[in-house]
Design a protein around this ligand. Sequence first.
Ligand code: GAR
Length: 184
Amino acid sequence: MIGHAGRGSNMLALAQNIKSDPNMTLATVIAPNMSAPGVIAALDLGYPVQHVPYEPKETYTSRLLEALNEVEWVCLAGFMKLVPIAVIQRFRGRIMNIHPALLPKFGGKGMYGIHVHEAVIQAQEKESGCTVHHVSEIYDEGEVILKATCPVLPEDTPETLAAKVLKLEHLSYFRALQKVIDGE
Ligand code: GAR
């Protein structure tokens, strides 16, 4: 599931890895916005994409559950909204998220995208990275599956740090998915 702005680089990296693993099938990409760059790229690559807009919000949960009907594992990628509780309950232990910092630091409300890297630099952290974690009812607080780290250098800006962390994310998400599937 990718988010509305949908650059989708994590989704595309994951999808590519899944496609090249003979034991896995990419069931669906779920997108709230069909004109997001990541969605256009996914369609170009022939990936199955389902459009599940946030509106009307009264039916969002049921439409999302319906779109996830054939799915065993769910990976959120750049998905900035709260996942409906019914979806978390149905996929408990099988729904995960990637966050561009070392949780529990720099997580929670307002901590997404470039804001995370701005906060890391502001706090003069020596190290940052990404965290793949299970999704629970509390934002960014599910059990950690894996973390990968990189140094924060004095010359780093939020943008250079974001680029470094994004590279780590692309390497980490599939590894984390394999880890939970293998029950490690
Ligand atoms: C990624 O850095 C991801 O970790 C972050 O948004 C970016 C999406 O990029 N997610 C969050 O901040 C969630 N709290 P992408 O669309 O290229 O994958």
